[in-house]
Ligand binder design. Structure first.
Ligand code: SF4
Length: 238
């Protein structure tokens, strides 16, 4: 088990994220003119647009004992005030005014070929996931990627839509259940999964190794965009 006193899951850092969200609320981010921050690209993903939420605050409780101490998103949000503010604004908006958040996210998804949910943060709840599914269904020209540790929400959606992923979720919405050293996803419907490995780890032949640029994977139909049931995408820990 990862020690919670180590790394980024510290009370002062969690408090910093809550403060940023509360500041966003007080600054009127919930008003109609609030803009969702959509990232056009980042170093890892290439030109894949994305929307993110605050780490820890929007992540499931299981992150506390697993990935949270080494969370790269928390590291970034802790160090860079502009990043923290952007993610705090998005989080404040989706909590306070989900209709406006989704209007803008839908607009962003409609305008691009590849989109990723949550470089930071996670699916908030069942209603949030329904919006993701509807957004994907309404934009079949956009390939959408999302990693999640909020397995129960996705499992419950699939269960209530007949129990088959292909029937419940549009084919352009690529959901991967994210694992960790000490976390095996709860995955009764067979979503593709992700794991992390270290320098000393034995690399398994069947793993799809992350190549580091999501746009390249998307354009070539590789990696997470094409991962199927039973397949595992492996990420090297930095
Ligand atoms: S495998 Fe490809 S699509 Fe998946 S995270 Fe890595 S670079 Fe991105």
């Amino acid at each position: 088990m990862v020690s919670q006193s180590k790394g980024y899951y510290k009370p002062e850092i969690v408090a910093k994220f809550y403060d940023a969200m509360n500041e966003a609320k007080e600054a009127g981010i919930v008003a109609k003119l609030a803009r969702v921050s959509i990232s056009a690209a980042n170093k890892k993903m290439g030109a894949v647009a994305s929307v993110s939420l605050l780490p820890f605050i929007t992540c499931p409780a299981r992150c506390k004992g697993t990935c949270a101490a080494e969370c790269y998103a928390a590291k970034l949000a802790n160090l860079r005030a502009n990043v923290r503010k952007a993610w705090a604004n998005n989080t404040a908006l989706v909590i306070s005014n989900p209709r406006e958040y989704w209007r803008q996210v839908r607009e962003a998804v409609a305008a691009v070929r590849f989109f990723r949910f949550h470089v930071s943060g996670d699916i908030l709840d069942y209603e949030y996931f329904v919006e993701m599914v509807n957004t994907a269904a309404d934009n079949p020209h956009t390939e959408i990627l999302a990693f999640t540790k909020r397995y129960e929400v996705v499992n419950s959606f699939v269960a209530s839509h007949g129990g088959a992923i292909a029937e419940a979720i549009p084919s352009n919405l690529h959901i991967l259940f994210s694992g960790w050293d000490n976390l095996k996803p709860i995955n009764p419907f067979g979503f593709p999964e992700t794991i992390v490995y270290h320098n000393e780890s034995e690399i398994r032949e069947e793993w799809l190794l992350c190549g580091g640029n999501c746009l390249t994977c998307g354009c070539r139909g590789l990696g997470c965009w094409k991962a199927k049931a039973g397949e595992i995408v492996a990420f090297k820990k930095h």
